[in-house]
Ligand binder design. Structure first.
Ligand code: DGY
Length: 324
């Protein structure tokens, strides 16, 4: 029987699909990260790896060359040395599409929560600080008719843009390396340069992958070019913004607020100053955390494992060049 090692407990539908295909599923059940040595050791008896969050680097890959397939329980693959896997002939699969709506919902939630200082105001109740009503206190900003700037208009960015245009009639501008013409037609989005995106967005929402090109892109220089009334949202990867620069930009009023589902590093320390700022909302990377989405992700990951173990092309390959 073929054996897959799974680095965390995954939803039942994915596990069942694997078991129904006659694959032995070995899950890491401890609620702590595996060390690299443990991961190598657990994979030594496996034919495939279903990976939730563990780094898949060159050293691991060299020690685990025998793996027939590595399926990620994520759409993002910045934790994987894809080139090294391709050199070793190991196909890597991910879970595209199925988490776009849930992740966009999280961006929308953070935008609204930030604009109305919701997380901070909730904490004032817990601290016994709900005092008398003050017409000039606790004021947020409204989103109707404002401009949404999307950095990385792909599937997730498009869902966010559709929600903002539908709910608040927001005008949509975006910056990508190349234009997304179908999205332009669908929601009347307008491509702008990165500088224009910074200067014109009332809400700037990040929906791009973490790459050498996007790492640290939102730094002091970028925040300084944004509107003092603007809100920065990141549900993609914490490495795309510079957290110290973001904190300074908020303290100095270069931007108005920020909503983060991703931080750098993760987890964020519980005493981080951003957590006590009124115009900031932070979540612990729950973008895809709905029953429906996580079930769907587990199914796509299982389908990648089954195809890989059968010697077939993965349905959702990250490195299709491995088949050339
Ligand atoms: C992904 O799929 O990359 C998400 O960040 C995990 O929830």
């Amino acid at each position: 029987m073929k054996r897959v090692f799974v680095t965390r407990v995954i939803p039942e539908p994915g596990r069942k699909l694997l078991e129904d295909a006659g694959i032995t599923v070995v899950e890491w059940k401890e609620k702590r990260k595996l060390s690299k040595e443990e991961l190598i050791s657990c994979c030594s008896q496996a034919d495939a790896l279903l990976c939730v969050s563990s780094p898949v680097d060159q050293e691991f890959l060299q020690a685990s060359k025998h793996l027939k397939v590595i399926a990620l329980h994520s759409v993002g693959y910045d934790h994987v040395d894809v080139a090294a896997a391709t050199d070793l002939g190991i196909p890597i699969g991910n879970t595209p599409g199925v988490l776009s709506a849930a992740t966009a919902d999280t961006a929308f939630l953070l935008m609204l929560a930030t604009s109305r200082k919701a997380f901070y105001m909730h904490k004032t109740i817990l601290k016994g600080e709900w005092g008398f009503f003050e017409p000039t206190a606790n004021l947020g900003i409204e989103l109707r008719g404002k401009t949404l700037g999307i950095f990385g208009l792909g599937k997730i960015g498009l869902e966010m843009a559709k929600a903002c245009a539908g709910a608040f009639g927001m005008k949509v501008i975006y910056h990508n390396r190349s234009r997304n013409e179908p999205a332009e037609k669908l929601i009347n989005a307008q491509w702008v340069s990165f500088d224009e995106l910074l200067a014109e967005s009332d809400v700037l929402s990040v929906h791009t992958a973490l790459t050498t090109e996007t790492a640290g892109r939102f730094n002091t220089a970028a925040f300084a070019r944004m509107k003092p009334s603007s809100i920065f949202i990141n549900t993609a990867r914490g490495g795309i913004h510079h957290e110290g620069d973001l904190q300074r930009a908020l303290e100095e009023g270069q931007i108005w607020g920020a909503g983060l589902d991703v931080t750098n590093p993760e987890p964020m320390m519980s005493d981080h100053p951003l957590l006590n700022m009124p115009n900031v909302a932070v979540l612990p990377h729950i973008g895809s955390a709905t029953v429906e989405t996580r079930n769907a992700m587990s199914i796509l990951a299982a389908q990648n494992i089954i195809a890989g173990l059968n010697g077939e092309r993965l349905p959702y390959p990250v490195n299709p060049e491995v088949y050339r």
